[in-house]
Design a protein around this ligand. Structure first.
Ligand SMILES: Cc1cc2nc3c(=O)[nH]c(=O)nc-3n(C[C@H](O)[C@H](O)[C@H](O)COP(=O)(O)O)c2cc1C
Length: 386
C-alpha cells in the first residue's frame, strides 16, 4: 500500500505504484535508536519525494487520544501545507481544539527532526493565510513547510523519533532528580513555553490527576468520546490504526484479554457502567501513585500559536526523555476546558500560580518503566488532502 509515489501535477495528487531511486537519498536516513516497527507506521524508505519521507517520519509524533488529526497538502517535492483534520476533533474533551493544535505542533517538530536525518533543514511559516477561529480548522493551513537541502548536522534528539512512546505503566526506581531534569531541559533546548518541575510533595498534584481522570470518566460526553476512539482488540487496532486501547493503557499479558473481553467490543452500557469505570480508575491510580517527577508546560498567552509551539516543546522534551530511557504519561484531564472540569482546573492553576491569560498546556508524570505497547499510525496516503 505504501510503496507508492505521490506525484504532484498541476496541483492534483496522483498515486502511482512506481518506486525509483530518483533522489538517491534513502541511504542518508541516519541511525535510529531502535528498529522501527514498519508494520505499524509508515516506512520513509517507501517514498521518493523528500517531503513524503519527512512526513513519514513526522507521523511518529504523539497526538491527543492518538487522533493523528493531520491533513497534508503536498505542493511539490520539498513543500507542503499542514492542516488539522476538521473531521477528527475532540469536541467534548478538547472544546477549543487546543490539544488538537498541540498535536499539529508535535507533528511539525517531529518532521523537522526527521528532515534533518534526510539532510534537510525546514522552514516553517505558521498560519500563512491567517487563522481566526473554528471555521478555519481544516480550511486554512496551520503551517507551510519547506525543506532545503544542505549540510545538516542532525539534532541528537532526531534518532529517538521512532522510540519515543507514551508510557502509562507503573514507574519504578528512584525519583527523577533536579540534575536529571536539568540535563533533559538542556537536551530539549530553547522552548517557547515555560516549564515547572516537581519532584517532591506530589500529593496535591496526584489528587488533581485522579480527580481529573475521574471527572472525564464519569462525564457521559467525554467518556463517550473516549469510547469512540477506543480500539477493542488487535484486529481493530490494525484496521483503524489510531485511537487508544487496553494495552496502550499499560495492561500486560493475560490482563489484556481479560480487560478487553469485559468491555465487550465497546458495548455502551458496559463501557459507562460503574464497574468498568471503577476498574479503569483503579488501574490509573497505580500509575499516578508511582509518579517519579512531574513536568508542566505553560504559556504567557493562550493563542493558536502558543498551542502549536507548546506541542513542539513537548515533543523535544519527550525525545530527550527517550534518549535517557525515561518516559512520560500526560494527565491533561485536569487542564481541559469543559464546565465539569472547572473546579479541578482552577485548583491546579492555583497550585502552580497560573493566572489568566497564562495557560497550562501540558502536565505529565515522568519516570522509568518497562517498554510499552507500540501504537499504530495510519498509512501516509490516508492523511493527504483531497
Ligand atoms: C496534546 C496531547 C495531549 C495528550 N493528553 C494525554 C492525556 O491526557 N492522557 C494520556 O494518557 N495521554 C495523552 N496524550 C498521549 C497520546 O494519547 C499519545 O501520544 C497517543 O496515544 C500516541 O501514542 P504514542 O505517544 O505512544 O505514540 C497526549 C498527547 C498529546 C500530543
Amino acid at each position: 500500500m505504501e510503496r507508492r509515489e505521490f506525484i504532484v501535477k498541476s496541483g492534483t495528487l496522483i498515486a502511482a505504484s512506481v518506486f525509483t531511486a530518483k533522489f538517491g537519498i534513502a541511504s542518508t536516513l541516519t541511525e535510529t535508536s531502535k528498529s522501527p516497527d514498519y508494520s505499524k507506521r509508515p516506512n520513509p524508505d517507501h517514498f521518493n519525494q523528500p517531503i513524503l519521507k519527512a512526513i513519514a517520519l513526522g507521523i511518529n509524533a504523539p497526538s491527543p487520544h492518538n487522533t493523528q488529526s493531520w491533513k497534508f497538502e503536498i505542493i511539490d517535492d520539498h513543500r507542503m501545507r499542514l492542516y488539522v483534520d476538521e473531521n477528527i476533533l475532540l469536541p467534548a474533551t478538547d472544546p477549543p481544539s487546543r490539544q488538537i493544535h498541540m498535536g499539529a505542533g508535535c507533528f511539525i517538530e517531529t518532521l523537522v527532526l526527521g528532515a534533518q536525518r534526510l539532510g534537510y533543514t525546514s522552514q516553517i511559516d505558521y498560519f500563512p493565510e491567517g487563522y481566526a477561529g473554528k471555521n478555519d480548522f481544516g480550511k486554512k493551513p496551520v503551517a507551510s513547510i519547506q525543506l532545503s537541502q544542505g549540510k545538516v548536522q542532525p539534532d541528537p534528539l532526531a534518532k529517538f523519533i521512532e522510540s519515543r512512546q507514551t508510557n502509562r505503566r507503573k514507574y519504578k526506581g528512584d525519583l527523577i532528580t533536579q540534575k536529571e531534569y536539568d540535563e533533559l531541559v538542556k537536551l530539549a533546548g530553547p522552548s517557547h513555553s515555560k516549564m515547572h518541575f516537581i519532584n517532591t510533595n506530589f500529593e496535591p498534584y496526584l489528587d488533581v490527576f485522579y480527580k481529573g481522570f475521574e471527572i472525564e470518566s464519569r462525564t457521559f460526553a467525554t467518556n463517550e468520546e473516549t469510547r469512540n476512539l477506543f480500539r477493542f482488540n488487535e484486529k481493530q487496532r490494525a484496521e483503524k490504526r489510531d485511537g487508544i486501547s487496553i494495552p496502550q493503557m499499560g495492561y500486560k499479558g493475560l490482563m489484556i484479554s481479560l480487560a478487553e473481553s469485559s468491555l465487550d467490543m465497546g458495548d455502551q452500557t458496559k463501557w459507562h457502567s460503574d464497574k468498568s469505570i471503577n476498574l479503569s480508575l483503579k488501574n490509573m491510580k497505580k500509575g499516578i501513585d508511582s509518579t517519579k517527577g512531574i513536568v508542566v508546560w505553560y504559556t504567557e498567552s493562550n493563542e493558536f500559536l502558543d498551542w502549536v509551539k507548546s506541542g513542539r516543546d513537548f515533543v523535544r522534551f519527550a525525545l530527550a526523555l527517550s534518549s535517557k530511557e525515561l518516559y512520560a504519561h500526560p494527565y491533561n484531564q485536569a487542564i481541559q476546558e469543559y464546565d465539569e472540569m472547572k473546579e479541578v482546573r482552577t485548583k491546579l492553576d492555583g497550585l502552580l500560580d497560573i493566572k489568566d491569560p497564562q495557560k497550562i498546556q501540558m502536565i505529565v508524570r515522568i519516570g522509568r518503566s518497562s517498554s510499552p505497547y507500540y501504537a499504530y499510525r495510519r498509512n501516509l496516503k490516508d492523511y493527504l488532502k483531497t
